[in-house]
Write a protein that binds this ligand. Structure first.
Ligand code: NAP
Ligand code: ZN
Length: 342
């Protein structure tokens, strides 16, 4: 079969490899779609720890083609989405229920072969069933959605809350939709691209702001601003220093800031602890998708999260390498790789 393999940092190839065989408890999945995420580009650039050589791709969905021994609850022919993050279950963090902080965490597409291939092996514990009649590409959004669900859970959005979201990529646009489903009344998205602002408004944002217009904190939090006094909840989804620094200032006194965006390791930002303390801002970070993948699968299956407008391009494996080697194109939200295309 064909697979896009990371050989070493800076080196990926489209390879012919043996079709994998499912071991006990494993499913062999024919991949229908796998999203290209910023992490894949970081892995290619050697900016994220990984264990090459391996096949990349951690946002995958597909059809179960063969089941290994000792499988319960899955059969051949069903559609699944894979949770790539595999916790060991026996370390101290797993035994505290903090599986995303597992000391032996492995991830499909990061530390073992992933979904930029015609087939991927998925341990049954990592697989979640999707409906037969779901668009075959939509399951590729379950992984990013599951990460957003964890962030939104930590944000504790309540019915009637006001929410400000920084960054309008796939994460910001999924968080807009989750905030709407969580019952937020005011949902403000801050992002530079006019196209993404328009899209956010069609997906549930009640207002959008272009940060390039300047003075965004004043424009949002002033008495005559968009959210006078600030937002109940601010969710940082850009992963850049400027927005991480802005986030506390956008929160009301007693508000919550959730950091979902990933900044480069070692990079620092300037935060004023006095302000956090004096205004009792709750600052939380959100990592991966502990126990949220099933809800993400159910939400995608229900159609209540719109993913079609988030698909920028559908490409084959041969085009995937160029897409991973280069930064995201202007306006790109999610590019899906269809490994069995043509
Ligand atoms: P993305 O497509 O790169 O989106 C980031 C967005 O931030 C861009 O669309 C950009 O849009 C916007 N942005 C950049 N600078 C900005 C600024 N100064 N003000 C406002 N918006 C700005 O990435 P993504 O896939 O949505 O992911 C977002 C972040 O979440 C990344 O850092 C990613 O690594 C992280 N992530 C975290 C988790 C987790 O578990 N915590 C899981 C998945 C992803 P404009 O050009 O329109 O401004
Ligand atoms: Zn563990």
């Amino acid at each position: 079969m064909k697979a896009v393999r990371l050989e070493a940092a800076g080196q990926i190839n489209l390879c012919d490899v043996d079709k994998p065989r499912p071991g006990p408890g494993d499913l062999l999945v024919r991949v229908e779609a796998c999203g290209i995420c910023g992490t894949d580009r970081h892995l290619f650039n050697g900016e994220f720890p990984s264990e090459p050589p391996l096949t990349l791709g951690h946002e995958f969905t597909g059809i179960v083609e063969e089941i290994g021994r000792d499988i319960t609850g899955f059969r051949e022919g069903i559609r699944i989405t894979g949770d790539p993050n595999i916790a060991c279950g026996h370390c101290d963090q797993c035994r505290r229920g903090r599986v995303n902080l597992c000391r032996n965490l492995q991830a499909i597409g990061i530390s073992r072969d992933g979904g930029f291939a015609q087939y991927v092996i998925v341990p049954q514990n990592q697989a979640f069933v999707l409906p037969d009649d779901l668009n075959p590409l939509y399951g590729a959004f379950c992984e990013p959605l599951a990460c957003c669900l964890h962030g939104v859970d930590l944000a504790e959005i309540r019915t009637g809350s006001s929410v400000a979201i920084l960054g309008g990529g796939v994460i910001g646009l999924l968080v807009v939709q989750l905030a709407r489903l969580a019952g937020a009344t005011d949902i403000l998205l801050i992002t530079r691209s006019a196209e993404k602002r328009r899209l956010a408004e069609s997906l549930g944002a009640t207002a959008t702001v272009d940060p390039n217009d300047g003075g965004i904190i004043e424009r949002i939090t002033a008495p005559d601003g968009l959210l006078p006094g600030g937002a109940d909840v601010v969710i940082e989804c850009a992963g850049v220093a400027g927005t991480v620094e802005q986030a506390p200032a956008l929160a009301r006194h007693g508000g919550t800031v959730v950091i979902l965006g990933v900044m480069p390791q070692g990079e620092k930002v300037s935060i004023e602890p006095f302000d956090l303390l004096f205004r009792e801002i709750r600052l939380v970070s959100s990592f991966l998708n502990p126990f949220t993948h099933k809800r993400a699968a159910d939400l995608v299956a229900s159609g209540r999260i719109k993913v079609e407008p988030l698909i920028s391009r559908r490409i084959g494996l041969n085009e995937a390498m160029e897409a991973i080697r280069n930064p995201a194109r202007a306006g790109e939200i999610r590019t899906l790789v269809l490994p069995n295309l043509g």
